[in-house]
Ligand binder design. Structure first.
Ligand code: UDX
Length: 454
């Protein structure tokens, strides 16, 4: 395969969702890719052709590119800088609940890159920060660390860009193959031009809107995007609370009507249990922290976070009032992943709901098609893990749908009635086909829908 315009090869530091997907995609395009990951288990898995993450389409492609020798994983940077033109930094940037970022992995990667830069002058490596970082990090943290460790000057002897990633878990490969935009932040035009050309060759012949700007703007675009998506979700969840308090409101219809306004658009208006995952909550907190440090009023960010938290708690309160108390009641929680199509339980609504149910004395049984093992690591042995949906519903007083997996949309009414102690369901994600269930006498509370149940 021709890799015209794509250079000698690419290095990727960090084999998380972003780094691994990017590595596999680049390798599938024939670009020799070296992925550096400090977790030796992950490296071994990748080199055995096994994907360490649950992502649609990734395992097959990964196996293929490793077998063909186009993708190589290793746990040390070694001679990587001698063999590639571009290095992407895709390590994690966790934040505390207060939004204070932990940049230690980005700092370590920057130092390693600096130390590994070839002593041979002439080669001008391009370093690209893809990790989500607070505005100013690339220029004021990454740049000086690389300069210090390498003895080279940014803009002359190496180039530096910010290039945020907007992929979604569950469709990471698809999103990497078809990005809706490319944002490049750089202080030097030549650096931005190099990355732009690389992407043009990679995505040729498709034309993807590309925005070239300053590093700060690029870093801010990423945080603001996720905060805005979170805003849309909290907004519609607030409207769902209003709908529930009316006599015949339905947030689904309200969202549909809202979405018809082209200035608003239909996406990210699905009411439910709010947003979770590794990005939206974290990036929102990070932006709140950053804005507060600059003396900017963070009232709106607080509200988005508060509504998201309340939406989870309201479900537990609804369950409590439907059952007349939770102590000793058996509750089946369907869905643990923060959204369908992934085994990721990070900041999942379901986990918070389960903890609150347990705190109020309920006996909790859980089911998820993909995330049981990850949930066990977080929740421990205090709940019963069921690999079968109907096993989870056995003798339950109430079932809560917490993740919109397709397997939960159309349960068999007679099986539910015979299995559950009380045929009560809370549809936290608005996915149930309710007609057959209601006809069979099963009682359902749907988020965002007026219900006389509680
Ligand atoms: C998000 C961004 O979409 C992506 O651009 C960024 O790169 C990473 O963060 P992801 O975390 O994979 O991606 O999930 P996403 O599909 O955005 O959903 C986030 C959360 O919001 C999920 O918990 C989902 O259930 C919830 N959500 C989403 C809603 O509750 N309602 C909606 O309308 C949309």
């Amino acid at each position: 395969m021709s890799t015209g315009g794509l250079g000698r090869g690419v290095g990727v530091i960090g084999a998380g969702y972003v780094g691994l997907t990017l590595s596999v995609f680049l390798a599938s395009k024939g670009v020799k890719t070296i992925c550096v990951e400090r977790d030796g288990d992950k490296v071994r898995k990748i080199m055995d052709g096994v994907s360490p993450i649950h992502e649609q389409g990734l395992p097959e492609l990964l196996q293929h590119v490793v077998r063909d020798g186009v993708l190589e994983a290793r746990d040390e940077i070694g001679d990587m800088l001698e063999r590639v033109d571009i290095v992407f930094i895709t390590v994690g940037t966790p934040t505390g609940t207060d939004g204070v970022p932990d940049l230690s992995q980005v700092e370590e990667a920057s130092r390693q890159i600096g130390e590994a830069m070839p002593t041979r002058r002439g080669a001008t490596p391009l370093i690209v920060v893809k990790s989500t970082v607070p505005p100013g990090t690339t220029w004021h943290v990454v740049r000086p660390l690389i300069e210090e460790a390498s003895g080279r000057t940014c803009g002359e002897e190496f180039h530096l860009c910010v290039n945020p990633e907007f992929l979604r878990e569950g469709s990471a490969l698809q999103d990497t193959m078809n990005p809706d935009r490319i944002v490049i932040g750089a202080k030097h035009g030549e650096a931005a031009e190099r990355l732009k050309k690389f992407y043009e060759a990679l995505y040729h012949p498709s034309k993807i809107p590309t925005l070239v700007t300053t590093p700060t703007n690029a870093e801010l675009i990423k945080l603001a995007t996720n905060a805005f998506l979170a805003l849309k979700i909290s907004f519609i969840n607030l409207i769902s609370q209003v709908c529930e308090a009316t006599e015949d409101g339905d947030v689904g219809v309200v969202a549909e009507g809202l979405g018809l306004d082209p200035r608003i658009g239909p996406l990210f208006l699905r009411a439910g249990l709010g947003f979770g995952g590794s990005c939206l909550p974290k990036d929102l907190r990070s932006l709140r922290w950053f804005a507060a440090r600059l003396g900017v009023d963070t009232l709106l960010f607080e509200a988005i976070i508060g509504i998201n938290r309340a939406q989870r708690l309201r479900i537990v309160e609804k369950a409590e009032s439907m059952l007349g108390g939770l102590s000793g009641k058996r509750v089946a929680v369907l869905g643990l992943a923060f959204k369908p199509g992934t085994d990721d339980v990070r900041e999942s609504a379901s986990i918070d709901i389960i903890r609150e149910l347990l705190a109020r004395g309920a006996e909790v049984r859980v089911h998820d098609p993909a995330a049981l093992e990850n949930a066990r690591r977080v929740l421990g042995e205090g709940v019963t893990y069921c690999s079968e949906l109907y096993e989870c519903l056995d003798s339950a007083d109430l079932a809560i749908i917490a993740t919109e997996w397709p397997e939960y949309t159309d349960p068999d009414p007679s099986t539910i009635k015979s299995l559950m102690r009380k045929p009560l369901i809370i549809d936290g994600r608005r996915v149930l086909n309710t007609r057959r269930l209601l006809e069979a006498g099963i009682r359902i509370h749907t988020v965002g829908l007026y219900s006389p149940l509680a």
